[in-house]
Write a protein that binds this ligand. Structure first.
Ligand code: NAP
Length: 278
């Protein structure tokens, strides 16, 4: 029988812990404040931004919301980020991605002061992660580590395979598993004999962005499988990068979609806002 790793429960547990911490900080006169910037009105982005605001409210973090029109220029956005960088009362700044095409995403991410970069996307924070210095860590892979730890799954010394090498999931995921003393292999679209490698994994983290790509042929008996993917199928139902029904009978633990990695991303964003870049 396999264990279902319950991201909903674990993310709630983290948010409740943070709520207590924030209350204790407030009692000492310290307030946390997150500035969330959205350019344009992409419906999916609006849902994400709203969820972030709700999580802030629940935990007791002050949130400042900047909903800018689609035609906002790059210079205007950079100026707003500059002014938030300079504000002492703002300790986190987040620009909801994607930004409209006329704005250079790289310039935006570089403009956010690394010490306020709660998404962990700034090259300074990425570099700090890779050399083991304190800094903000990208929220989704940080959430995966929490799922494993809080489910009692040992990482040290185990064979970990990350499927996907994106800057926001795959690469930081690999660095975090390495930091936890896993033996890490990263696979991508050019990897040869993919199934042979994924079948070696004690812990397999899948972030390929391809619905149900990973079936039972990709996994070793008794492995732990973490599914980062999120997709909507033709019936508007959510599914992941892993074919849950095919894989689950062979594993010792697995994350469902929805209710696995998804809820952890916001919980870890909140954690970054509260804890700062320790
Ligand atoms: P991405 O930027 O598209 O990266 C996908 C990675 O998978 C790339 O490295 C790509 O290889 C690799 N890949 C694609 N097809 C492959 C194949 N057939 N075999 C082997 N490798 C393959 O995606 P992402 O941003 O990392 O996101 C991955 C998934 O996670 C998506 O479904 C996304 O929606 C989801 N996601 C969820 C959360 C959350 O909060 N739960 C957060 C972020 C992302 P190359 O580098 O060679 O192209």
């Amino acid at each position: 029988m396999y264990q279902i790793i319950d991201g909903k429960r674990i993310s709630q547990e983290i948010k409740d812990e943070l709520k207590e911490k924030v209350a204790a900080m407030k009692a000492e006169g310290v307030e946390r404040c997150l500035a969330v910037i959205q350019v344009g009105s992409d419906p999916a982005s609006s849902v994400y931004v709203n969820n972030k605001k709700k999580a802030c409210e629940y935990i007791g973090i002050k949130s400042l919301s900047y909903e800018l029109p689609e035609e906002t220029t790059e210079a205007e956005l950079l100026e707003l980020i500059g002014s938030l960088n300079a504000r002492e009362d703002v300790n986190g700044i987040l620009v909801q991605l994607p930004v409209p095409e006329h704005i250079d995403e790289d310039k935006v991410l570089l403009a956010i002061a690394p010490q306020k970069d709660v998404d962990g996307f700034h090259p300074v924070n990425v570099g700090n992660l890779s050399i083991g210095r304190p800094g903000y860590v990208s929220c989704t892979p940080a959430g995966v580590i929490q799922l494993l730890k809080r489910s009692g799954i040992e990482i040290a010394g185990r064979e970990c395979v990350v499927l996907g090498r994106s800057n926001i999931v795959g690469k930081p995921m690999a660095m975090l598993l390495l930091r936890e003393n896993g033996t890490v292999t990263v696979c991508h679209s050019r990897t040869k004999d993919l199934k042979e490698i994924t079948r070696r994994a004690d812990i397999l983290v899948v972030a390929v962005g391809k619905p149900k790509l990973v079936d039972a042929d990709y996994v070793k008996e008794g492995a732990v499988v973490i599914d980062v993917g999120i997709h909507r199928n033709e019936n508007n139902k959510l599914c992941g990068d892993v074919d849950f029904d095919s894989v689950a009978p062979h594993v010792s633990a697995i994350t469902p979609v929805p209710g696995g990695v998804g809820p952890m991303t916001i919980a870890m964003l909140m954690n970054n806002c509260v804890e700062g870049c320790r």
